[in-house]
Ligand binder design. Structure first.
Ligand code: FAD
Length: 454
């Protein structure tokens, strides 16, 4: 029970999306029925978000862009103990790194365990969220203030059609951010006359048998697709961006990449079939796969929400990477890219609920903006790009542990992520040591080591 309440009736909360973040939100909202009434809207025909593999690429039968970016052979890049929801361990006989089907089944089991499906409206697209600017009716006015507007949410049922509108006291945006491809701006890119696609649309290695494939980007997607592809392709070339986050260049130099895989620098220009790289090297690939990340996109947020996304990667105005700085009843779950969205929601959602129930007061908008801008400026000064505004992969200051500590301290709550720190650090160290073998590592309380590492 909260210390005091700003309102008499349960607050009505709309949750957008039923992937891991939306399901965590549902789980935690459902645990406080006296305080919250909620509905979860999911555009897809099932729960699971990213983990609902789609053989199709492009548009769904309903004419919406396919959401999931995972490919047929995908194995998780994090082990179970780091990935799992804090109150629902993976089955004890699970492998450390799993095929996506096992993650999907785990998510289904989680929803069943906490009886979440009844609160989720599938095949329901949130078309728009509008801030209500009219005065609230007096009976509902107790918790209202300019910082706590209500929201008109319009949804469309994809099966059977029909739109509905409903007023909510708060909206939790859990719509994910690994769905809308980001492309680099390479001069002449449009002239490329081979096959090109984004990793969002990569599904199988077979179509690339015997081909020379250029993978742009040196992070997780590029690496994982390389591992899937190299037994089929004639040659795989990984183009390293300015941040070779996975030390692939080093692995190549040490001869630890497969025989038909090599690295190169970043493309400077594309002219027809020829790609020229920053070191002057040239290549004629049959296929280019852009493993260049994703953009934040919230097409359903009406202009009245006052949310902008700059450079595809900076959501504004956002406090602690989750709270609208001006309208505190609009919050975003799972946006920092730590890659740990399953447990992260267990830290973010309770904070969101504390803001809603009035037990956590926020600083003034001016102070919030000052803090947010200072963080952004410091990031740029340290060499990060504008698109890294919500990225936590730059230790020691911008690491996932720092973020989790910071928001837990801010809200004065237990940090449920803390028990995962050690395992996370071990897996990251193993990953950086040798991406080819890190999934073979083992963790136990008394013994941490990487097998097969150089
Ligand atoms: P999502 O899973 O993206 O779910 C968002 C949901 O919102 C979707 O179901 C979507 O349909 C719905 N939605 C969006 N817009 C609307 C709308 N307007 N109306 C209604 N519904 C809407 N994480 C790990 O922990 N381990 C891994 O190994 C791992 N591997 C990954 C590999 C790849 C290739 C990718 C792309 C991501 C990977 N991730 C991994 C990150 C993964 O995205 C998260 O695990 C997790 O799925 C994020 O959960 P989410 O709920 O925030 O977003």
């Amino acid at each position: 029970m909260v210390a005091y309440r700003l309102y008499m009736a349960p607050l009505r909360v709309a949750v957008i999306g039923a992937g891991p973040s939306g399901l965590s939100a549902a789980r935690l909202l459902a645990s406080r029925p006296q305080d919250f009434d909620f509905e979860v809207y999911e555009r897809g025909d099932n729960i699971g978000g990213t983990w609902m593999y789609s053989e199709k690429t492009g548009l769904t039968e309903n004419g919406y862009p396919v959401h999931s970016s995972i490919y047929k052979n995908l194995i998780t890049n994090l082990p179970t103990d780091v990935m799992e929801f804090p109150d629902f361990p993976f089955p004890s006989d699970s492998k450390k790194f799993m095929h996506w089907k096992e993650v999907r089944d785990y998510i289904f089991a989680y929803a069943d365990q906490f009886n979440l499906r009844k609160d989720i409206q599938l095949n329901t697209d949130v078309k728009s969220v509008k801030r209500i600017t009219t005065k609230p009716v007096p009976s509902e006015a107790a918790h209202q203030s300019p910082n706590r507007p209500q929201w008109l949410v319009r949804t469309t049922a994809l099966q059977g059609g029909g739109s509905k509108e409903k007023v909510f006291d708060a909206v939790l945006v859990c719509s994910g951010h690994y769905s809308v491809p980001h492309y680099p701006d390479i001069p002449g890119q449009e002239s490329f006359n081979g096959v090109h696609l984004h990793s969002h649309d990569y599904r199988h290695p077979e179509p690339y048998a015997g081909k020379r494939v250029l993978l742009m980007g040196a992070f997780q997607s590029a690496f994982d697709i390389m591992k899937d592809l190299y037994p089929h392709a004639s040659e795989v070339i990984i183009s390293l961006s300015e941040l070779d986050g996975l030390c692939l260049g080093e692995l190549y130099k040490k001869g630890l990449l497969p025989h038909n895989v090599r690295t190169t620098t970043f493309p400077q220009a594309i002219n027809g079939s020829v790609v020229t790289f920053t070191d002057g090297d040239t290549l004629e690939p049959d296929v280019i796969i852009f493993c260049t990340g994703y953009e934040y996109s919230f097409p359903f947020l009406d202009a009245s929400c006052d949310v902008t996304v700059s450079e595809g990667k900076r959501i504004q105005p956002l406090f602690k990477h989750m709270i609208h700085s001006r309208y505190h009843t609009l919050m975003f779950i799972g946006m920092p890219f730590t890659g740990l969205e399953f447990p992260l929601a267990y830290l973010q959602v309770p904070i969101a609920l504390m803001i809603l129930d009035g037990s956590l007061a926020l600083p003034s908008e001016q102070d919030i903006n000052k803090e947010t801008e200072a963080d952004y400026r410091d990031r740029l000064a340290s060499g990060q790009k504008p698109r890294h505004a919500h990225k936590y992969a730059f230790p020691p200051r911008w690491s996932y542990t720092v973020y989790c500590d910071e928001i837990a301290t801010f809200a004065k709550i237990d940090n449920v992520m803390q028990p995962k720190y050690r395992s996370f650090e071990v897996v990251i160290a193993a990953m950086l040591k040798n991406m080819m073998t890190y999934r073979d590592y083992s963790v136990s309380d008394s013994h941490l080591e990487c097998h097969h590492s150089p």
